[in-house]
Design a protein around this ligand. Structure first.
Ligand SMILES: *Cc1c(COP(=O)(O)O)cnc(C)c1O
Length: 428
């Protein structure tokens, strides 16, 4: 399928049924799989043969959907996880452990910030956060001898900062480490980070990929481009024998294209069990079939709403990367020429209190701790997703106390604009 375009991959990728087989992907609702002899099953446990034995590690339905996302991103291997949080945790923890260090953009999702700065710090990892538009000197200075990865988001949730992926990839590669990109907001319909030098991509599939608010999920995709053996001293977990798997050296046995995902499955999924449900993978696939069509509409609605907000006197500022004059307009045009996403952020005149009063008046948009859904929703991050951050951290993450995050769904743009207009007018 690699020669097909993105829309065709959305609809048909990952699954090619034979004669008489189901047209829709089968839901393999089974925890376990049968073998005739212990020897045959033993080979699976030793990773000498590939096959299914227990759905905590791998399930055919989940793998089919992972294969579709792998095609969409242009990767060599992929795995689903039960959430975006576990995808980001696994992507980092597969490379870095206690005593290791990671460079991360400061403009990232609040849940990811908490995972890194609180939970993973408790586990003995260290993080240095840099602004996505930091100087080259600041970026270089963030690296240490024990740095194992660089992390950022294509379009940051909720700050909407666009990462200069090429620049961060070059910096990572100068220091012999891979760049991990959380591509949740752009989706491969609008940006494929591997084409710009990223090495590993993660997703919260809960957002646009699912698109209907139906199932929490995540995904990790490997580009297969990072040469682990060239930096073997940094990645002993990939380049030296794994005693918990009979002395297998992942980068040797599974090559550059397969080592990362095989290790994440064999070690992290085995031990931590952030396993997606086959039913959820099926729902995710339904969403993926229309991803390219929906992303176009989300982005069109985003631009229409952003332009309207810009014209309203009770709005102090608007951030949408496709707005001419936006701080990230040039980066958005470069990395996402077909459009970005449907999320717009803006400040309500009068600050925190006015923002809350405004949100109460909305009738089409619902207040939800969610984004990237078919139904328009909005949120005041300072009192919800980002409430664990102090003011300094909020500013570093690009989230001001008056910020409203408005996620345009697939409704008619004019109905969204009419709804916003009446709620903003009510503040007079
Ligand atoms: C929502 C989100 C996550 C976390 O994903 P869950 O599926 O909620 O666990 C991670 N990164 C980004 C950019 C997100 O928007």
């Amino acid at each position: 399928m690699s020669e097909k375009r993105i829309g065709t991959k959305c609809v048909q990728g990952g699954y090619t049924p034979g004669n008489g087989e189901p047209r829709q992907i089968p839901i393999i609702q089974s925890t376990t799989f049968k073998y005739a002899t212990s020897e045959e099953m033993g080979k699976l446990f030793d990773l000498e043969a590939s096959g299914y034995f227990y759905s905590r590690l791998q399930n055919p339905t989940c793998d089919t959907v992972a294969a579709k996302i792998c095609e969409l991103e242009g990767g060599t291997a992929a795995m689903l996880t039960c959430s975006g949080q576990s995808a980001n945790f696994f992507a980092i923890f597969n490379l870095a452990t206690a005593g290791d260090h990671v460079v991360a953009s400061s403009a990232i999702y609040g849940g990811t910030f908490n995972l890194f700065a609180v939970t993973m710090v408790k586990m003995g990892l260290e993080f240095t956060f840099v602004a996505p538009d930091c100087s080259d000197e600041e970026l270089q200075a963030a690296f240490r001898p024990n740095t194992k990865a660089v992390f950022g988001e294509t379009i940051a949730n909720p700050a909407l900062r666009v990462l200069d992926i090429e620049r961060f990839a070059n910096a990572a590669h100068d220091h012999g480490v891979p760049l991990i990109i959380d591509n949740t907001f752009a989706t491969p319909a609008h940006c494929r980070p591997f084409e710009w030098g990223a090495d590993i991509v993660t997703h919260s599939t809960t957002k646009y990929m699912d698109g209907h608010g139906a199932a929490v999920g995540g995904c990790i995709v490997d580009s297969g481009k990072f040469d682990w053996f060239a930096h073997a001293d940094k990645y002993p977990g990939l380049c030296t024998p794994d005693e918990s798997y009979h002395g297998i050296t992942y980068a040797e046995r599974f090559g550059q294209g397969g080592a990362f995902i095989t290790k994440a499955t064999a070690q992290l999924m085995r031990d931590l069990g952030a396993t997606p449900a086959p039913q959820s993978a099926f729902l995710l696939n339904l969403g993926l079939e229309s991803l390219h069509v929906r992303m176009k509409r989300h982005a069109e609605n985003g631009l229409a709403v952003a332009k309207f907000l810009q014209s309203h006197k009770n709005v102090t500022w608007v951030r949408f990367p496709e707005l001419e004059g936006d701080v990230d307009y040039e980066l958005a045009k470069k990395y996402m020429p077909d459009g970005t996403c449907g999320v717009v952020s803006f400040g309500v005149k009068g600050g925190r209190k006015a923002a809350e009063a405004f949100m109460k008046q909305l009738k089409v948009a619902a207040i939800e701790t969610h984004v990237a859904d078919a139904r328009t929703c909005c949120l005041h991050p300072a009192s919800a997703t980002h409430r664990q951050m102090n003011d300094e951290q909020l500013v570093a993450a690009g989230v001001s106390p008056d910020l409203v995050r408005y996620s345009c769904g697939l409704e008619d743009a004019q109905d969204l604009i009419d709804d916003l207009a009446q709620a903003l007018d009510s503040l007079d």
